[in-house]
Structures are given as structure tokens and as C-alpha cells.
Write a protein that binds this ligand. Structure first.
Ligand code: HEM
Length: 155
């Protein structure tokens, strides 16, 4: 048996569905609920709401589906999302630095409510890392300090 064949057999032998979740209790259904609740709240937020609405108006079902694939890829390593969030956010010129604080505050609250306190922690750590890299791409100069709201105290 060649190495190539062995690899194929190993891949086929993997169970279908999520691979390597950041926490064993996280499922596609919970991710779907997390995304729906996050955007329900974000759309009501007086600052974040208009930021999303201006760009996404009329395309919400597509955006929500895309975000479910994104979080499935991050939290379950499902590989469903193909895209480049950095250039997408670079193109949104009216996002301000403090908007990332509001975004993270809402994500932490929603993740804890939907996933539970324990499973939310690795999801929050992942969100903070990605938010940090988006924030760096958009705002940071080499002399900037990362704001202390970027990472949870416990992380
Ligand atoms: C300041 C906070 C943020 C704002 C206002 C914001 C806003 C937006 C908007 C308006 C879009 C839709 C762009 C379009 O389709 O035209 C978008 C897409 C997206 N956002 Fe954010 N975002 C923020 C932070 C984040 C963070 C922290 C993450 C990840 C942890 C994230 C992940 C994504 C992803 C994956 C997409 C889809 C990109 C694609 O089309 O492939 N965003 N965001």
C-alpha cells in the first residue's frame, strides 16, 4: 500500500460531520442559534445596527448563511467557509476602532447565553484572536497599544 493510498483510507475512515471541535458540546445547530441571536441583537444596537444594515440591506439570508459557515469552520473545523474577511472589513470605511469593543462585548454575551459558560470560552478566545487581527489590519501602527478590551481577562 502506498502512502497516498494509506492517506485516502485514513481520510475516508474519519467520521462524517464535525472534526476537532473547540469544545465537544458545540454543534451546527448551536452555531446557527449563536449567529441568529448575535445578529438579532447587533441589528438592534444603535451603533452596530446601522453599520451592518448599510452594507447588508436586502442580503441578510446570504450573510447569515455565510456567517454560519464561518463559525462552523472556526469552531468545528468543518472547512465550510471560503473567504477573506480582512479585505472585506478593510473595505468598510466607517468601522471605528471602538466598534470592535462593542462587537466583542455582544459576542461574549451571546456565546455564553447560547453555548453555556464553559463551551463559550474557546469560542470567545477564537473571536478575540480574529477580531484582533482584523483590528490590526485596519487600525494599528507599530506604536499602537492593543486596547485592553480586546482580550478577556480570563483568556
Ligand atoms: C467592528 C466590528 C465589525 C463590523 C461592523 C463588521 C461588519 C461586517 C459587515 C458589514 C460584513 C458584510 C460585508 C459584505 O458582505 O458586504 C461583514 C462580513 C464578515 N464579518 Fe464582520 N464586522 C465586524 C467584526 C467582525 C469580527 C470580529 C469577525 C470575526 C470574528 C467578523 C467576521 C466576518 C466574516 C467572516 C464576514 C464575511 C466575509 C466574507 O464575505 O467572506 N466580523 N462584517
Amino acid at each position: 500500500m502506498t502512502n497516498r493510498t494509506t492517506n485516502v483510507v485514513e481520510l475516508n475512515a474519519r467520521p462524517a460531520g464535525p472534526r476537532d471541535p473547540v469544545h465537544p458540546s458545540i454543534t451546527e445547530d448551536l452555531i446557527s442559534e449563536l449567529v441568529e441571536r448575535f445578529y438579532d441583537e447587533a441589528r438592534k444596537d444603535e451603533r452596530l445596527g446601522p453599520l451592518f444594515e448599510q452594507r447588508i440591506e436586502g442580503r441578510w439570508p446570504m450573510h447569515l448563511a455565510r456567517m454560519k459557515d464561518f463559525w462552523s469552520s472556526v469552531l468545528l473545523k468543518s472547512g465550510k467557509y471560503k473567504g477573506k474577511p480582512v479585505p472585506v472589513h478593510m473595505a468598510i470605511s466607517n468601522i471605528e476602532s471602538d466598534d470592535f469593543r462593542l462587537w466583542l462585548q455582544l459576542f461574549r454575551k451571546t456565546a455564553e447565553a447560547v453555548l453555556g459558560q464553559e463551551a463559550a470560552q474557546p469560542a470567545i478566545v477564537a473571536a478575540e484572536r480574529i477580531a484582533h487581527s482584523l483590528w490590526l489590519a485596519k487600525f494599528a501602527s507599530p506604536f499602537d497599544q492593543v486596547p485592553d478590551w480586546m482580550f478577556s481577562k480570563s483568556a
